[in-house]
Design a protein around this ligand. Sequence first.
Ligand SMILES: Cc1cc2nc3c(=O)[nH]c(=O)nc-3n(C[C@H](O)[C@H](O)[C@H](O)COP(=O)(O)OP(=O)(O)OC[C@H]3O[C@@H](n4cnc5c(N)ncnc54)[C@H](O)[C@@H]3O)c2cc1C
Length: 494
Amino acid sequence: MSTPKILDVALVGGGIMSATLGVLLKHLNPNLKIQVFERLEGTALESSNAWNNAGTGHAALCELNYMPDSSDGSLPSAKKANEINEQFQLSRQFWSHLVNTGVLAAPDSFIHSTPHMTFVRGTKNVDYLSRRYQALKDLPLFNDLEYTEDPEVIQSWAPLLIEGRNSQEPIAATRANSGTDVDFGSLTRQMFAWLRNNNVVVQTSAEVKSLTKTGSHGWNLKIMDTKSGQIDFINSKFVFVGAGGWALKLLQKSGIAEAKGYGTFPVGGQWLRSDNPDLVRKHRAKVYAQAEVGAPPMSVPHLDTRVVDGKASLLFGPYATANPKFLKYGSIFDLPTSLRPRNLVPYVSVALRNFGLVKYLVGELLKNKKRKFQSLLDFMPTAVAKDWTLLDAGQRAQVIKKDSLKGGVLQFGTELVTSRDGSISGLLGASPGASTAVYAMLQVIETSFSSELKNWKKELQKIIPSYGVKLSDNPTLAKKTLEETSKILKLTNS
Ligand SMILES: Cc1cc2nc3c(=O)[nH]c(=O)nc-3n(C[C@H](O)[C@H](O)[C@H](O)COP(=O)(O)OP(=O)(O)OC[C@H]3O[C@@H](n4cnc5c(N)ncnc54)[C@H](O)[C@@H]3O)c2cc1C
């Protein structure tokens, strides 16, 4: 297929964000001329690859960071947890629509029912988990949450947490059977395959080197073939920068005022993986714990069932590593070359104000293999080193942004940066990430395609029935949505 001269939409990056936006836009207007540019030799090779992320369908069922404890012992606020769960419901509905219409293959090619558990130790943490449960249990999106302080019940939910645990310290756990494990890599590749079949050029080994604003035709993209070094140019009315950790770099190159003052704080990661069938058989859950003091929220340890390419394994981690790259296959110069006069203050301020985080990262770096393994033993007392292999995870690129009071703050969520005229938009940050890709890409559509949105609303509601409605305010619709998506996605519990 020949490349169109002027594109309507250029998607930079072959990860889940670009794939989701491309599929959404092609459903809303099949005539759009869309092209994807990916610098690596294939799609879904960076953070969206199954082994580079944890595959948790983040719905705040088990992750304590979305619901920090209150300072006065009252029930912690469920606001953020509710928001994250709402966002994940958009993804579930979108994926259900794609399964129903044959865009995605059988659901077990990308999603599996996997109970989400939280496991805590010690009186203080037990008290917090119990209050967290009280705050959530009657909310429509959390009503399958169970709580126990009984080791026997925990053992029946996840035997590996209890076997060999002799300590008398209090323990507690919650479990939500509606939790999921998602192979975001498979999802991404399937969406790109559908786009290819629908007249979208997905060009790999094609690195966008620069973006220049042109008067009437939006943006001029300079593209380098990473194999031959050949340079090409293309114009596009709209550009989405779905470049993961490199999004900041490209937004800076575009020169848009909205990107000024942002920085990126990279955190590398490692996992322990076990394919021992006896262990895999004994554990079917994603079990999250409390983060260590100073640890960034995404470094909360968890022991997970992962199903990748139809094969189940166990994953434990992540262990944070220090690495200046903004992408796993990025450059060690990513951090230094991102420095600009307008983001120096935020960078310095974050470095000075996050002493706990710096101390934590140094501590993680100094951990030898034995000490790393100790973290797993705290979780799973019978773990044996020979069953586990250390792997490199993807690179997290956290957002640093200007703050009028503090100079700069480190933010653990994602942030959409859009030019004033809406012609370019890019996604910074990594969490909650792939799970909420649909919510994030709907934001892109609402911001950059606002004039078309009126005509697209009906189609959007066909694709995502709860679009525009808050499920947490509508228990009947929440129940119906959970039941219907569970049925289509073949998830055992809602
Ligand atoms: C350790 C870890 C654990 C995680 N766990 C979870 C989890 O459990 N659940 C969850 O929902 N999310 C999780 N995430 C987050 C999630 O993986 C990411 O938010 C998501 O994959 C980001 O998708 P993306 O499309 O923005 O970026 P990516 O998948 O990183 O894709 C960006 C692509 O852009 C390409 N690119 C970059 N620059 C250029 C350029 N100039 N030209 C052309 N191409 C370019 C890159 O090569 C890459 O392929 C995790 C992330 C990490 C790192």
